[in-house]
Design a protein around this ligand. Structure first.
Ligand SMILES: Nc1ncnc2c1ncn2[C@@H]1O[C@H](COP(=O)(O)OP(=O)(O)O)[C@@H](O)[C@H]1O
Ligand SMILES: [Mg+2]
Length: 424
């Protein structure tokens, strides 16, 4: 029987999920709430916001949706899964209790300490004077983090004492992240390359995805401010099988077990962000959902029908479900609005997507776009240009050729996605 699906979210991650869901052998109707200028071509966009849980649940009930799939962190952390489950609605992803692993860095750091999961040395503060004293004692560089969700803006890498003072003032006294800054994590600065790990779990067992690597900062050569992510490659060519197995055991297994022991069994995608430090792999943080843009490359690499995978996860049948991946590489180049991640203008017409998608193995996912008769920019990250190839270089060449065809005022993208991995 055809499965009607409600997909919640509006970014590149959700366009990629919609693209893959639309290819399912068993998909019925696909609704995306609220969706974007790209998802409208794959299903029906529904004007309900990601945090409007009651309205979403009502919609799912009325339309007799068989499965709801959620993208964004704030929905999980806010308890969308609990709201749906309380009404007997079938939904994919972690409960509010399990999503704390992302929603509270204080919680996740303590869990890591208790379970001997490798992570930077840290302390948690609610008192500003004590936090200042800790920074004085430990010296710089040091990392200051608002414990709660902060749209990817709550982390300050402080290279001077002044920078740490400013970060602590903003988070703890000026409360720029509101309650997300009630607790502050201060931790040791770590050197090394970053890697994104994804594992899907049904609460009983789990399956690993290939590793991926995002590029966090706005500037080439990993300079400038942090963003939501400017481009991703997968798999990571220099991360070998034994390293990945080590991460699987010491991070993924231990974390799922620790959550289960705390009565917060995790079902969904667990995405630890790692730093490959000289002292070994270290967990920077956990996310309780697909990464974005990581999800965009995963959907390009996934061979198996995604509906089979998500339903097996919801129904606790993951151990019987194989997950197959295309051999070769997938990459994505994020095309952003000029000025992002700071102030930027929107509403500019977008051209060139069709031409970009004529290049073999290229798919353009929308992130910040709207359609009102014309396709226009509506966010900081506007498009994700993805490509697959037999080699990393082939995938990158295709993606960059395609990215050059996209046109809108103020268009910006990094030209060095995957460059370090290629050179290694
Ligand atoms: N201890 C650390 N040492 C060095 N860099 C860090 C450290 N913690 C975080 N970062 C950098 O800051 C980014 C954001 O931190 P993260 O903990 O992932 O928070 P969030 O994604 O919630 O903003 C990381 O991707 C990494 O580049
Ligand atoms: Mg992060």
């Amino acid at each position: 029987m055809a499965v009607d699906v409600l997909l919640v979210g509006s970014g590149g991650r959700e366009h990629a999920l919609a693209w893959k869901l639309a290819q399912s052998q068993r998909i019925g109707k696909l609704y995306i709430a609220p969706g974007n200028g790209g998802t409208r071509l794959l299903g029906e966009n529904v004007p309900i916001g990601v945090m409007e849980f009651e309205k979403l649940a009502q919609f799912a009930g009325e339309k007799k949706i068989s499965l709801t799939v959620v993208g964004p962190d704030d929905a999980f952390v806010g308890g969308i899964v609990d709201v749906f489950q309380a009404r007997g609605l079938r939904i994919w992803g972690p409960t509010k209790a399990a999503a704390q692993i992302e929603g509270s860095k204080a919680f996740s750091k303590q869990l890591m300490r208790d379970s001997s999961i490798p992570t930077a040395d840290f302390a948690v503060f609610t008192n500003h004077d004590e936090a200042i004293r800790y920074v004085r004692e430990h010296g710089v560089p040091i990392v200051v983090k608002a414990s709660g969700l902060a749209l990817g803006k709550g982390v300050a890498i402080c290279r001077t004492f002044d920078e740490a003072e400013v970060a602590l003032k903003e988070i703890m006294l000026d409360r720029v992240f509101k309650d997300s800054g009630t607790q502050v994590v201060i931790e040791k600065y770590l050197e090394g390359q970053e890697v994104s790990i994804h594992a899907i779990s049904d609460g009983k067992t789990y399956k690993m995805f290939p590793a991926s690597q995002d590029h966090k900062t706005i500037g080439e050569g990993d300079t400038g401010k942090n963003t939501g992510g400017m481009g991703t490659i997968a798999p990571v060519p220099w991360l070998h099988q034994n390293a990945l197995q080590d991460i699987e055991q010491r991070v993924v297994q231990s974390t799922l077990e620790a959550l289960r022991n705390r009565g917060a069994t995790f079902a969904g995608v667990l995405f630890p962000g790692l730093k490959m430090a000289p002292e070994g792999p270290m967990v920077l943080e956990y996310n309780a959902r697909f990464g974005d843009p990581e999800c965009q490359v995963y959907m390009r690499l996934l061979k198996t029908d995604i509906l089979d995978v998500l339903e097996a996860c919801v129904d606790g049948r993951l151990s019987d479900q194989s997950i197959e991946w295309v051999s070769g590489f997938a990459v994505n180049i994020v095309i952003a609005s000029g000025g992002y991640p700071e102030a930027y203008k929107k509403g500019f017409p977008i051209a060139g997507i069709e031409e970009a998608e004529k290049i073999s193995d290229v798919v353009v996912f929308h992130a910040g776009t709207t359609f009102d008769g014309t396709l226009k920019t509506s966010g900081g990250r506007v498009l994700g240009v993805s490509a697959v190839g037999a080699t990393l270089k082939e995938a990158l060449d295709r993606a960059y050729e395609a990215a050059d065809k996209i046109k809108f005022e103020g268009k910006y993208y990094r030209r060095d996605i995957g460059a370090k991995a290629l050179a290694q």
